[in-house]
Design a protein around this ligand. Sequence first.
Ligand code: SF4
Length: 225
Amino acid sequence: MPSGSEALRIGGLTRWTSIDFPGRLATVVFLQGCPWRCGYCHNPELLDATREGWLSWAEVRNFLAGRRGLLDGVVFSGGEPTLQAGLGEALDEVRAMGFATALHTGGMYPDRLAQLLPRLDWVGLDIKGPWDRIDAITQSRGSAERVQASLGHLFDSGVTFECRTTWHEGLFGVPELHGLASDLAGLGVERWALQECRGGGNTAVTVADLAALGERFGSFVYRAA
Ligand code: SF4
């Protein structure tokens, strides 16, 4: 039986991206499996943790070895990448090859995230909504507490991170969006990305809303679907 990074179940690969790891040209490795069930999930084929990967870690490593000097970062995304125990070893290998490392996470495993943070250069943490909405959005009780704990670990670590919220007006209203921005800024979050939900209606948010949301943060981006 493979173990460590060799056991990673990899559900997809984006060979080149300039938008998933700020300031880096990066490859994105999508890991299989996620216990949450957000209704707008962008990668439903990645949810089943038991599904076989479609390429091996050895193949990804070989691909990366051929991209040294062309790419400078590797992002692990999902699904929920912290689900898989081999992620830490994979991060070590990627760094040893000279790449910077990044993680996209929903923050559902705060203890695992804390262990991984010393191996990471950048993290994108999903904040699914106002704290009292998160459990309903993920369809998993206790989600909000886990995300809060993960956010705390990020602050403690000193690793650069971005909070990101995928939103459409059917999830919660614009006033709650302003409340969320206020909460995050009050906690000390410096970078927030508001992401338009694919197929969702975002007509309720105006240019003036976006200006008011963004002025609370050192860095704010609105990502259209
Ligand atoms: S946390 Fe991400 S991968 Fe998991 S169900 Fe939600 S949107 Fe999909």
